[in-house]
Design a protein around this ligand. Structure first.
Ligand code: ARG
Length: 231
């Protein structure tokens, strides 16, 4: 009926945690503009669907609950597809292959993943990095935002962080240039980042997957990828 039609025109309610450079971030606290690969991709997808977006910046750990409650339509938060999460939400086709790494200052004396044992590791609450660090039995210090995890390294609070490789790599090209290094963790598996949806919203998920496929066909996906990852 007519109600459904109007519904389709409402802006997509997007949940993100805009502290994850270069996927989603703001230049500063006052900035209204969301930047990053995933934000660009999301806007391109919405445009393809003829929908506007309304982006909401919330805690990463609150994103799955808010989708489940039906208060947001889509999560665009660098979220890794995991079995546990897939019991609570549906995931789109993945748009990035990632994996966990260690980020540490050059002079920390940490030269391998083994060297982390007994040291304090900074992680973002609710992330795969936090889960990994806990499973390894590391001493973890948890932060609401990924920007605070990086800050923790900068102020010397913790000597290392565990986070997604593209985020650590990007930091090395920006503020971390010449001062930080990325250490691979042996035997870690690839993680696939995707948009997430309420389980009942399979129609929306299909539209998003179709739109992403179109963007790939047109080469627009590749353009955005190159813009942010320079490859
Ligand atoms: N990929 C990791 C995960 O899913 C980290 C995501 C953090 N995202 C963010 N917007 N801060 O757990």
């Amino acid at each position: 009926g007519s109600e459904k039609k109007e519904d389709a025109k409402k802006p997509l309610r997007v949940a993100t945690n805009a502290t994850f450079v270069p996927f989603e971030f703001k230049e500063n606290d006052e900035s209204k503009e969301y930047q990053g690969f995933e934000m660009d991709l999301l806007r391109a997808v919405a445009k393809e669907m003829g929908r506007d977006v309304e982006i909401n910046n919330i805690a990463f750990s609150g994103i799955i609950p808010i989708l489940q409650q039906g208060d947001m339509d889509i999560a665009a938060a660098g979220m890794t597809v995991t079995k546990e999460r897939a019991q609570k939400v549906n995931f789109s086709a993945p748009f990035y292959e990632s994996k966990l790494v260690i980020l540490t200052p050059n002079e920390s004396g940490i030269d391998s993943a083994d060297a982390i044992a007994g040291k304090q590791v900074a992680v973002q609450i609710g992330t795969t990095g936090a889960q990994y660090a806990e499973n390894q039995g590391y001493t973890v210090k948890q932060f609401d935002n990924n920007s605070d995890v990086i800050m923790e390294l900068q102020v010397g609070g913790s000597p290392a962080a565990i986070l997604d490789k593209p985020v650590a790599d990007y930091f090395l090209t920006q503020d971390g240039k010449g001062k930080y290094k990325v250490i691979e963790i042996p035997n870690t598996k690839s993680e696939y980042l995707a948009f997430a949806f309420n389980k009942k919203d399979t129609g929306l998920m299909k539209q998003v997957n179709d739109a992403m496929a179109k963007l790939k066909e047109k080469g627009e996906f590749q353009k955005l990828y190159k813009k942010w990852f320079n490859t």
